[in-house]
Write a protein that binds this ligand. Sequence first.
Ligand SMILES: [Zn+2]
Length: 242
Amino acid sequence: MWLREVEATLLPPTAVGLGERLRLAGFVPDLPDVYCPRCGESVGPHEATMGGCPACRDAPMPWSRLVRVGAYDGMLAQAIKEAKLTAFRSLARDLGYLVGRRVADAMHEAGVDPRGAIIVPVPTSFVRRIVRGIDHTREMARGAASAMGCTVVVALERRHRPSQTRLTVKARARNVAGSMTRRHGVEISDVGPVVIIDDVKTTGATLREAWRALGGVGMERRWAAVGGVATLTRRRTGVPSI
Ligand SMILES: [Zn+2]
């Protein structure tokens, strides 16, 4: 215990592992009943079923199930930003590991073996990868795969477009549409679940584009997994973007 205190007092916060930081902040990953299993938005008791919540039930969705660690807020949001903007590789992996644990739980619940899954990271453009010094989503995918005992397939690539961060809902959809393509020669197995992973879901435009580009996977095998789900009001909190 005293060692933990020393660690927390003497070391800069970035040197402390994610699990420890979240524990110190009293963070607990969300249980499945506090968010919609389809769009990932926070819901009240019995507000959502496997068919969705009042907000998404009538909207077509290119995946059958979405898993999140939590709302994009507080310590979780800080960890996600830090992994991305400070090229903090081990933090991105730890975040991915947390996502993977949640996905594995959801798959067990659904009677699906997570070891047979394929994780596909939402791609980062070459320019952004160079500027940031990290492809944090790919690192997250690796962390998730180690939690699930499955493999990562880097199946998508992305053309550079302006950051989605400060755009309106419509502008986001327009900005990301057609930006991703499936990499040549990459095979996706025709059995088992396929999970597209991203750090944050806001409008869902990026995940939609990723599923459009990947294609060729039956609806019941399509999963989406994210660290945090942001509401649109939280979008304007001045998150730095590159
Ligand atoms: Zn919903």
